[in-house]
Design a protein around this ligand. Structure first.
Ligand code: 13P
Ligand code: ZN
Length: 271
């Protein structure tokens, strides 16, 4: 067997969590990531027949039965993943009945997957139903996005428009806009179900006064989506208290989307 610490998917998880920590998005144990893996990717590094522990997941994950994920651990700090992946990450396989996770590697100190596993797995199922290439669900607490949550109406059309208007990249990067959930208790099946519902329309979902979820076909793509929202939110917060003299009009937003050939939320523009 090859050394799993050299596996591209472990190295990339370590790099991504370290980046997110250094950006100030993931204080303490804030944030969590799950990434779908293939048997071909994982089998050179671990014995897929050797289950270390079976951990109930508390909801029906049968849609994802047999699927493998690398998932950050609950209570674990993003800043520590790089120096100790085996304690802070785990590789799980969803059992054939969909009720539990089979731990194949990691959570070395007896830990377990993130408390937000319902939102992660339900979002994976939702995104996979639309895009067979989907792989990543990423949750984070980016500072400016959260600041904007405090001063902006938590309604997805209005929130998306405010982000799109801050800079030209936004409508090109997230033409599907951001879904927005009201404040809810986190770590529950209910918030998981509500998130997955939003994921049928958006790759980004804001949890009111808590954080954001981004998804994608790679860690880079999910990270890039969150990064672009956070940049826009920073611009919004830097200017929210000033008279706005210039903005990007709806006609200009449409011209951007048309030029770059992105399928944007037409109902989010007044055209
Ligand atoms: P976990 O430590 O369980 O991943 O929770 C962190 C978090 O951000 C909760 O929303
Ligand atoms: Zn959180």
């Amino acid at each position: 067997m090859k050394d799993i610490l050299t596996a591209p998917f472990i190295k990339e998880m370590a790099e991504t969590t370290a980046n997110m920590y250094r950006l100030g998005w993931d204080e303490r144990n804030g944030g969590n990531i799950s990434c779908l893996l293939t048997e071909e990717e994982v089998s050179p590094y671990i014995d897929l027949d050797k289950v270390i522990r079976v951990i109930p997941i508390g909801f029906d994950g049968s849609e994802l039965a047999g699927k493998l994920f690398v998932v950050t651990g609950t209570g674990k700090y993003f800043k520590n993943v790089e120096k100790d992946p085996e304690t802070n990450l785990g590789i799980i396989r969803i059992s054939s009945d969909g009720n539990s996770a089979e731990l194949l590697w990691g959570y070395k100190d007896g830990g377990r997957f993130t408390s937000e596993l319902p939102a992660h797995l339900m979002s994976h199922a939702a995104r996979l139903s639309l895009d067979k290439e989907h792989r990543v669900v990423m949750h984070s607490h980016p500072t400016n996005t959260l600041a904007m949550n405090r001063v902006h109406v938590l309604e997805e059309r209005a929130f998306t428009r405010s982000l799109w208007q801050t800079c030209s990249e936004c409508i090109i990067v997230f033409p599907d806009g951001v879904g927005v959930l009201p404040w809810m208790v986190c770590g529950t099946n209910e918030i998981g179900e509500a998130t997955a519902q939003k994921m049928l329309e958006h790759r980004l979902v804001i949890w009111g006064i808590h954080g954001i979820y981004g998804t994608g076909n790679s860690l880079d793509e999910a990270f890039g989506l969150i990064e672009t929202v956070e940049k826009a939110a920073e611009l919004y917060m830097l200017t929210a208290h000033l008279p706005v003299i210039n903005t990007i009009s709806d006609a200009e937003l449409k011209a951007l989307a048309d030029t770059f050939g992105v399928a944007y939320r037409k109902d989010y523009l007044d055209i």
